[in-house]
Design a protein around this ligand. Structure first.
Ligand SMILES: Cc1ncc(COP(=O)(O)O)c(C=O)c1O
Length: 342
């Protein structure tokens, strides 16, 4: 029996249309700016997000690293949420490779940081302090259960950042999930951000890649940094071709993933030993907390029964819906989880 793999939306496989586009892609040396397919994808991405320019990178992690390196110098500080991917899951790259320090501000369960806390964390000029050079937001917020930050909230942080003349980077790995869930144009979530990264290889199902978007000047500097970190790829049109199909065909269907995630949460909410709140499932991520010993080793027991989940801390499981997971798979997963917990 094929396992129902809900570990992550990164397990998605390319669609048949993507494979066809990869096969037919017109390519060139992208480090020399000569890959027409990469150039087309970068133009499309910039246009979609309302920015002047974009840069294809290897991964969301690379886009975030380049953004931090572009905005900050060694010894500078950036403000980031305590639950942020940049802080917790990117191998400390900004400090390790860039010498850039971070200041963590508490994330509320909905992924926001309070404006007062952000403002408090902005350093005043003093020779004892590093200089605050960047504020980072994440939308949707992975560790906060895929919650979508609203245009109103993001605009309020952009305004605060602007008041202090501090650039703002948006880790929008799943920004299209946020736009679809909120029913807004993605530009409403990116306007005001100085840089935005989004991933092709999560819910959009392309095999590789992330786009870092920003002003023409920012992307020119980012392009040099991409080369520095070894991310200059040659005939990358092979990758970009799938990315173009992802942007053209895979955004609207994210609504199906969101409906499936909600169905999963509703289907398991009454089960013993776990706590899950379907009301908080806005996008494609469902966090399930183990509340008693029944649920210990739940991940392993579920995997043995045919449902794969990932963990987020000792007591929390994460289920992510995505392309390739149909409503029937979710119904089957609910039945398996019910059986394992009863
Ligand atoms: C919010 C967020 N940002 C960045 C990344 C990094 O993306 P990648 O795995 O492509 O490096 C992820 C990956 O899961 C993520 O969830």
């Amino acid at each position: 029996m094929r396992p129902i793999d809900l570990r992550s939306d990164t397990v998605t496989l390319p669609t048949p249309e993507m494979r066809e586009a990869i096969f037919r892609a017109e390519v060139g040396d992208d480090v020399m700016g000569e890959d027409p397919t990469v150039n087309k994808l970068e133009e499309m991405a910039a246009e979609r997000l309302g920015k002047e320019a974009a840069l294809l990178t290897v991964s969301g992690t690379m886009s975030n690293l380049i953004a931090v390196l572009c905005h900050c110098q060694r010894g500078d500080e950036f403000i980031v949420g305590t639950e942020a991917h940049i802080l917790l899951y990117e191998a400390g790259g900004s400090a390790g490779l860039g010498g850039v320090h971070h200041r963590a501000v508490a994330n509320a369960p909905d992924g926001t940081m309070s404006l007062a806390d952000i403002e408090e964390a902005i350093r005043v000029p003093n020779i004892h302090f590093p200089r605050t050079r960047l504020i980072c937001l994440e939308n949707t917020h992975n560790r906060c259960g895929g919650e979508a930050l609203t245009p109103e909230y993001t605009a309020s942080v952009f305004d605060l950042a602007r008041r202090y003349a501090i650039p703002l980077h948006l880790d929008g790995a799943r920004i299209f999930n946020a736009a679809v869930a909120l029913g807004v144009d993605v530009k409403e979530l990116t306007t005001g951000a100085d840089s935005v990264g989004f991933c092709l290889s999560k819910g959009l199902s392309a095999p590789v890649g992330s786009l870092l978007c920003g002003s023409g000047d920012f992307i020119e500097r980012a392009r040099r940094l991409r080369k520095m970190v070894g991310g200059g790829m040659r005939q990358a049109g092979i990758i970009a071709a799938a990315g173009i199909v992802a942007l053209e065909t895979m955004v609207d269907r994210l609504a199906d993933d969101h409906a499936n995630a909600r169905l999963l949460a509703e289907g398991i909410q009454e089960l013993p030993g776990i706590a899950v709140d379907p009301g908080r499932v806005q996008t494609n991520i469902v966090l399930v907390e183990a509340t008693d010993s029944l649920a210990t080793d739940l991940q392993a027991r579920l995997a043995a029964a045919g449902v794969k989940a990932s963990t987020m801390g000792r007591r929390t499981l994460r289920f992510v819906t995505h392309y390739g997971i149909e409503r029937a798979d979710v119904e089957e997963a609910i039945a398996i989880i019910r059986q394992v917990l009863s």
